[in-house]
Design a protein around this ligand. Structure first.
Ligand SMILES: CC(C)(COP(=O)(O)OP(=O)(O)OC[C@H]1O[C@@H](n2cnc3c(N)ncnc32)[C@H](O)[C@@H]1OP(=O)(O)O)[C@@H](O)C(=O)NCCC(=O)NCCS
Length: 152
């Protein structure tokens, strides 16, 4: 487990594309600039390397006093290469970012996940995460009354 380097980006982009089906090179350049090189101890972009290859990554950040909450460590993304899943790589990645959050005094780790993704739910539950105090709220915007275009 180590911080991402610029040279890892093609592998990270490829790995993300296997999960999302999208090749988002510009997006990953921006993520790297924000989390990879300028983290200053609170932003983390870590990769799992095995046999000279990147086989997984995790991204997260400490956010202070947002949503009325004391500083907490948010995990935004985690991905493990399909061929090496269920061998503990995801657990190691989460452990590595958790350790970095703890180092700066954070006592709560949070994430959000899609409710139609049982795999990621199963993973986070296995790591001890449970439903928390916060609930997400959403609104379709870009229409005058907030209703979804085509829903009327
Ligand atoms: C979720 C993910 C990161 C897990 O990585 P991993 O390296 O396979 O995880 P681990 O081997 O550390 O597994 C830890 C636990 O997670 C759970 N888990 C992992 N894969 C699972 C599966 N296919 N089905 C059910 N539970 C699973 C198990 O409880 C497992 O513990 P066990 O091995 O003792 O049974 C990986 O499957 C992945 O990258 N998924 C797609 C990415 C994704 O959807 N990301 C969400 C957007 S951010």
């Amino acid at each position: 487990m180590r911080p991402a380097r610029a040279a890892d980006l093609p592998e990270v982009i490829g790995l993300d594309a296997t999960v999302t089906g999208l090749h988002k090179a510009d997006y990953w350049q921006r993520v790297y600039r924000r989390y990879g090189v300028a983290g200053q101890g609170v932003r983390h972009f870590l990769v799992a390397e095995y046999g000279g290859r990147v086989v997984g990554f995790i991204i997260g950040e400490v956010r202070d006093w947002e949503f009325g909450s004391p500083p907490c460590g948010w995990v935004f993304a985690i991905d493990v290469e399909p061929r090496v899943r269920q061998k503990g790589v995801g657990t190691l990645l989460l452990g590595a970012i958790r350790e970095r959050f703890e180092r700066v005094g954070v006592r709560k780790l949070r994430t959000m996940l899609a409710n139609d993704n049982p795999l990621i739910l199963s993973f986070f539950r296995s790591q001890g995460l449970r439903a928390g105090r916060l609930i997400p709220l959403e609104l379709e915007i870009g229409t005058a009354d907030g209703t979804e275009a085509g829903a009327r």
